[in-house]
Design a protein around this ligand. Sequence first.
Ligand code: AOF
Ligand code: ZN
Length: 342
Amino acid sequence: GIYPAAENLNAAVVTAALARAIEGAVRFAGATSPNPPVGCVLLDAAGVVLAEGFHRKAGAPHAEAAAIAEARAAGLVSRVHTVVVTLEPCNHHGRTPPCADAILATPARRVVIGAPDPNPGVTGGGAARLAAAGLLVTFAGAMADERARQLALLSSRLIAPFAKQTVTGLPWVTVKQAVDADGNMVPPAGAKTFTSPASLTLAHRLRRRADAILTGSGTILADHPELTVRRVPDFAGKQRVLAILDRRGRVPADYIAAAEARGFSVVISENLTDSLQMLGERGVLEVLVEAGPSLTSSVLENGLWDEHVHIRKGDPDRVRIFRRANEFDDLNEAIFPPGEQE
Ligand code: AOF
Ligand code: ZN
């Protein structure tokens, strides 16, 4: 069949390579929109790593192409036997040529895939093409090996924001909420409290990963927030959208000009639904909501969130991260419903 049993497949070797591909790709989560982060590791017939490659930015080579180019540069491409990749190789001409072609131009015999591509025009296409060409194509989610199935899940979770935006048109919504000991987001007058350096760094890490920041006019008027990535190194040249909900046109033009000078593309919307729709259309994979109590609770209470980072200020701060149950965390389930695994 197209997805044959994992014969001749040394599970320990393959899972180590897939773990390495995922770890590398995670470093580019937030850098690749509107594309997903992807990692690829090339092995020789003995399971030795020949090269690795990552998708670093939309328009840059896909992970497979990057890995193959690295193997070629090192004079190792003739030894390529197994391609291990976190996402199903594409079979379409987008900004770059099909990865299926790049793989078929090597002597590769096997391809091991972390997650199917949720892009409707791509799903199954790359895997089927490679299998039709005689390669052994295996989805890690269909392997008997438990670790392989865990890594298939991680491969799906790595691209959950991409999957959501591709399938629904809406961005992945992460809400950051800091409250004081009494649970208030806005402490009583005169009692201003601050998060600890550790949760401040977490906040900047969340901004780095996001393609857009969503806030309200009230927060801007009250705090004049910069909303930039400062405590951690940002991706070079990354431009984020600053989405502001402002029904009454209260945000001053000079704030907007200053935000643009900080690199933001500023978009004002009148309501939350329009704003999320617009962000999805612009290719935003993940939006970080950093807003006041009313916008924050509107996102949470209307079930519009995917991740909720809750920081209770104290000594030390207590950070809890909730992830809503969603259909994108296990993309393999779409092709291998439970019970049909080998
Ligand atoms: C892969 N490997 O590393 C990535 C893939 O416009 P393009 O050419 O960059 O294609 C973007 C689409 O390709 C994207 O929507 C997704 O389906 C897939 N991303 N595929 O084989 C990669 N980043
Ligand atoms: Zn590709």
